[in-house]
Write a protein that binds this ligand. Structure first.
Ligand SMILES: C[S@@+](CC[C@H](N)C(=O)[O-])C[C@H]1O[C@@H](n2cnc3c(N)ncnc32)[C@H](O)[C@@H]1O
Length: 505
């Protein structure tokens, strides 16, 4: 069999030149497209924050608000239960009209903040960086509590940088507090830090790996990275470019953090509580009254969190609050394994018993291991005779549709038309929800659109059974493709690695 290099040797100089040209122009075009996409995405996000800041500078002229301006609300607050009549969008845009709602959100935020900072001995910390500082509220908070800290904020929004620096000047903290304009995914941070904060920032960034490498490069060995982030609980990302939201799956996060030498120490999941905060049955009505119809960008960026509330409530995404440490010593594979494990056993926020007196240790008290329930359905179907598989899958699908739509299982059978389910509330979110359940029970990933395209439940079951049957072959084909794309050196390196004895546990 000819190897690739031999094939290339057979080409004439002219053919070789043409091949080089083709590769070059393909790289340039794809580079240009990516750069233009990134630029557009950045503009959409900064335009949105500009429109929020316009509201904010009006607010800071309001005396009552100024007393609390270290508490400007820009991230979500965890509510243990839904609050009747609460509307987060009204709190953002008209805080002076809803002082009680603002206070509720502020209190919940303050509890969450203590939880995020739990256990870090800031007395021993010198320098803190916030990589998406918003209105610099967290830095201001730390600066008041710990007068020795050097505080640096980073932010892509010029308006927020200006407001942050106004706050820094008025706080009397002088040189030790500043906010810098920059893109955390691209620009080098100024200096080395003991603690780096990133609260609801990285889901806006497409090249997350680059941002995390930037964090790691500027974090001292053993330093802490406090991350609050929304992650997809599916095996694939959930993306909504119109609201600058890119939620990567937990698996990808585990790998990206490991590649940046970052190890998760422990984590809390506030998905249910943030979903309560974002729940607002009158959202569209308020949005209509607060943001002009022609401001499509701001409207899309506000609809994003509204839809996120649903995703979090359905368990399709998680709101993770993570304590992470830079660990230059463990091997990447071990970091990956630890990160994956921690991301799958996040402690529910409601279970975090906040104890003011002890002011919470870094490692929360022993938590019961949350054992993943692994379904045997996939095995059962694969072991069943071919003619019985369809019935097994259909039966389970009827149950799953009932669970997702909150109705009786007896309402469904193989003949149930999927279009008829729309009137029962079957929408794109329910399709994602159903997909996640099918994936976790049967190990089959179907694109969400298939849940619409299949005519009835029976047809959907056939698709799933067919995917299960070709599962093994598909893997072989993937392997073949990977082998074909491999260089001789890579193949040899892989063989040598395979011959190595297992590492002792
Ligand atoms: C949802 S707000 C959160 C702000 C703040 N961390 C908080 O928790 O209140 C997201 C922040 O990240 C900033 N941001 C988004 N992308 C960024 C980037 N690539 N580089 C720096 N800042 C960014 C935004 O300007 C905004 O201040």
């Amino acid at each position: 069999m000819k190897i690739i290099a031999d094939e290339l040797k057979d080409l004439t100089p002219a053919q070789m030149e043409r091949l080089r040209d083709m590769i070059r122009s393909e790289q340039e075009t794809s580079g240009e497209v990516i750069a233009a996409d990134e630029k557009r995405a950045r503009e959409m996000l900064t335009d949105y924050y500009r429109s929020l800041s316009e509201g904010s500078s009006q607010k800071s002229n309001d005396t009552q608000h100024r007393e609390h301006w270290d508490e400007d609300l820009i991230r979500f607050s965890p509510f243990l239960r839904r609050k009747e009549g609460f509307s987060w969008i009204s709190v953002y845009f008209e805080p002076e009209r809803y002082p009680e709602a603002v206070e509720m959100a502020r209190q919940a935020q303050s509890e969450m903040r203590k939880m995020i900072f739990r256990g870090i001995d800031f007395g021993k910390v010198e320098a803190v960086l916030d990589i998406g500082a918003g209105y610099a509220s967290d830095l201001l908070y730390l600066g008041h509590l710990y007068p020795h800290l050097q505080l640096t904020g980073y932010n892509i929004s010029p308006e927020q940088v200006r407001i942050g620096n106004d706050k820094a000047r008025n706080s009397g903290m002088g040189e030790r507090f500043m906010v810098v304009l920059g893109d955390s995914a691209k620009d080098e941070f100024p200096g080395q830090f003991d603690v780096i904060l990133s609260f609801q920032v990285i889901h806006h960034i497409q090249d997350k790996q680059r941002a995390l490498l930037n964090v790691s490069t500027h974090l001292k060995g053993g330093g802490y990275f406090l991350l609050v982030e929304i992650m997809s609980t599916l095996t694939h990302p959930i993306e909504a470019p119109e609201s600058s939201a890119y939620f990567a799956p937990r698996e990808t996060w585990a790998n990206m953090l490991a590649a940046a030498r970052l190890r998760i120490v422990e984590g809390v999941d506030a998905a249910a509580e943030i979903s309560n905060f974002l729940y607002d049955p009158r959202f569209e009505e308020y949005l209509g009254g607060l943001v002009p119809a022609e401001d499509l960008n701001t409207r899309a960026h506000l609809r994003g969190p509204h839809q996120l509330g649903d995703l979090l409530g359905k368990g399709l995404a998680t709101y993770a609050v993570l304590t992470i440490q830079k660990d230059p010593y463990l091997e990447e594979a071990d970091l990956r394994r630890i990160n994956r494990r921690e991301l799958h056993r996040l402690i529910p926020y409601a279970d975090v018993a906040w104890d003011e007196a002890r002011s919470c240790p870094l490692l929360l008290d022993a938590w019961p291991e949350r054992l993943a329930t692994i379904s045997c359905l996939r095995q059962e179907v694969l072991e069943a005779p071919a003619e019985q598989r369809h019935a097994l899958v259909s039966e389970r699908l009827c149950n799953l549709f009932a669970e997702v739509l909150g109705t009786e299982k007896s309402s469904f059978d193989t003949e149930t038309e999927l279009v008829s389910l729309v009137s029962l509330g079957f929408d794109s979110l329910s399709a994602l929800d159903l997909g996640r359940r099918v994936e976790s029970e049967l190990g089959v990933h179907l694109s969400a659109s298939l849940y619409y395209m299949a005519r009835n439940i029976g047809e959907l079951a056939s698709l799933i059974v067919a995917s299960l049957a070709v599962g093994e072959e598909a893997i072989d084909e993937q392997l073949l493709r990977a082998i074909e794309g491999m260089s001789e050196e890579e193949a040899e390196a892989l063989l040598v690695e395979g011959a190595k004895p297992e590492k002792p546990a």
